[in-house]
Design a binder for this molecule. Structure first.
Ligand SMILES: Nc1nc2c(c(=O)[nH]1)N[C@H]1C(S)=C(S)[C@@H](COP(=O)(O)OP(=O)(O)OC[C@H]3O[C@@H](n4cnc5c(N)ncnc54)[C@H](O)[C@@H]3O)O[C@H]1N2
Ligand code: MOO
Length: 363
C-alpha cells in the first residue's frame, strides 16, 4: 500500500476504508443566495455575508437578517435562508415567507465526521478524488500493483520501421493500458537479449515488484529461456500453458520474492489473449478490485471461425446488443481485429458456438 497525492491517485484502488475526519459542511451554511433570517418576517437587514469571509454579525436575533451567499456560514440564531427570488427588499427590510430550516445546510449534513464514505477496494475515480478533497484530504492510501515489463527477443526493436528481419515491439505498448484498467501500473519496458543469463539478471532485478510480465521466450525454441531461467531461480511454476488459442504457451510462476511472473507469448495477438487470461486477473486481484475482463457478459456468436477440437478459442468480436460479431484479421500475430474489438468471444472446444462468454477489452 502506498500514500499517493490526489493528483497522482487516479486509477488506483483505495487501500483502506475512507472515513471522514470532519463534518461537511463544517458549520451551518447557506444552501442558496438570499437572506439568512431569524424567526418570522419582516427582517431588518444587518449587512452582507460572503462565503469565506466573516459576516457582519455572529448571531441573529428574531426579526434580523443578513444577506448571504451560497456556502457562507450562517450566523447563530438563523432559522432559515430566504432565497433572493422569494424576497422583497425595501428600505433595509426584507419581506417574504421563510419556512423554518429551509435552505440551511446543517453542520455534518453532507458528511458527518466518522462516517464511511468509500470502501477499501473502490476504484479511485475522478469523483472519488473530489470527495476526498471535500473531506480535506491531500493524499490517499492506495493499492496499485507495479508490473515490470521485460521484452525479450534480439529481433525486437522499439522505435521506427523495423529493418528486414527485425520486428517492432507490439506487446510493450499494449500493457500499460491493460495494467491501468486492472488497477495496476507498468514501469517502462526493459529490452532483454535472447540469452538466459540476461533474462535471469533482469528477472532478479524485477523481483521486488508485484508482477513481472515477460514478453516472448515462452515457447520451446533454442532462444526461449524463460522456463529454464525460472527453474534456476527456484520459481514455482503455477500455470505451464493454457489450452487456449491463441496464447497456449502462456505461463504463470511465483518467484521466491513472491513476485508473480506472467509469461506472454511473443505473437502479439497471443500476448493480448494471455494478458487478458492471466495478467489482468492477477493484477486486479492484487489491487483488491473486480477483474474488468471477466464480467460474465455473454452474447450470441455471429462468425465463421469453427471451434478448436481440444482448446478454447478466443475470437475478437464487436458486440452489438445481444450479438458478438466476429472481426476479420485475428491471427496470433495480427492485432487488427483486436484493435477494433469490444471483447474476445470464448468458443468452447468441439461445440457449436451459440451464446458465448465474452472476455472484455478496455475501450
Ligand atoms: N515448436 C513449437 N513452436 C512454437 C509453438 C509450439 O507450441 N511449439 N508455439 C507457437 C506459438 S502459438 C507462439 S505464440 C510462439 C510463442 O513464442 P515465444 O513466446 O517463445 O516468442 P518468440 O519465439 O520470441 O516469438 C514468437 C514470434 O513473435 C514475435 N515477437 C516476439 N516478441 C515480440 C514483440 N514484443 N512484439 C512483436 N512481435 C514479437 C517474434 O518475432 C516471433 O515472430 O511460439 C510458436 N512456436
Ligand atoms: O500463442 Mo500462439 O498462437 O497461441 O500465437
Amino acid at each position: 500500500m502506498a500514500e499517493e497525492s490526489l493528483a497522482d491517485a487516479l486509477g488506483s484502488t483505495l487501500g483502506a476504508d475512507l472515513v471522514s475526519a470532519v463534518d461537511v459542511p463544517v458549520l451551518d451554511s447557506a444552501a442558496m443566495d438570499g437572506y439568512a433570517v431569524s424567526g418570522e418576517g419582516p427582517w431588518a437587514v444587518l449587512g452582507r455575508s460572503f462565503a469565506g469571509h466573516r459576516g457582519p454579525v455572529a448571531r441573529l436575533r428574531r426579526g434580523e437578517a443578513v444577506e448571504i451567499a451560497t456556502g457562507a456560514v450562517v450566523p447563530d440564531g438563523t432559522t432559515a435562508v430566504l432565497p433572493h427570488e422569494r424576497a422583497t427588499v425595501s428600505s433595509g427590510t426584507v419581506y417574504g415567507g421563510a419556512e423554518p430550516g429551509r435552505h440551511v445546510r446543517r453542520r455534518g449534513e453532507t458528511t458527518a465526521a466518522g462516517s464511511l464514505v468509500a470502501h477499501r477496494g473502490s476504484p479511485v475515480t475522478p469523483a472519488l478524488l473530489g470527495l476526498a478533497a471535500s473531506l480535506g484530504l491531500d493524499t490517499l492510501s492506495v493499492l496499485r500493483p507495479l508490473v515490470r515489463v521485460l521484452v525479450t527477443g534480439d529481433e525486437v526493436v522499439r522505435r521506427g520501421t523495423p529493418r528486414p528481419g527485425a520486428v517492432r515491439d507490439a506487446i510493450g505498448p499494449v500493457l500499460p493500458g491493460l495494467a491501468a484498467w486492472a488497477g495496476g501500473r507498468c514501469a517502462p519496458a526493459v529490452p532483454v537479449a535472447d540469452r538466459g543469463r540476461d533474462l535471469a539478471r533482469e528477472l532478479d532485478a524485477a523481483a521486488g515488484s508485484d508482477v513481472v510480465a515477460v514478453c516472448g521466450s515462452s515457447s520451446a525454441g533454442p532462444a526461449d529461456h524463460l522456463r529454464t531461467v525460472l527453474a534456476e531461480l527456484g520459481a514455482e511454476l503455477v500455470v505451464d500453458g493454457v489450452s487456449c488459442r491463441p496464447g497456449h504457451p502462456q505461463m504463470l510462476a511465483v518467484l521466491r520474492s513472491g513476485a508473480v511472473v506472467v509469461g506472454l507469448p511473443g505473437n502479439p495477438g497471443a500476448a493480448l489473449a494471455a494478458a487478458l487470461t492471466l495478467l489482468v486477473p492477477v493484477l486486479s486481484g492484487r489491487a483488491g478490485r473486480r477483474d474488468p475482463a471477466h464480467t460474465g457478459g455473454r452474447a450470441r456468436f455471429a462468425g465463421t471461425t469453427p471451434p478448436h477440437a481440444s482448446d478454447t478459442r478466443l475470437v475478437p468480436v464487436r458486440v452489438s446488443r445481444n450479438l458478438a460479431v466476429e472481426l476479420p484479421g485475428s491471427g496470433p500475430a495480427d492485432l487488427s481485429a483486436a484493435a477494433a474489438a469490444d471483447a474476445l468471444a470464448v468458443l468452447q472446444p468441439g461445440r457449436a458456438p451459440g451464446r458465448v462468454e465474452l472476455v472484455e477489452l478496455p475501450r
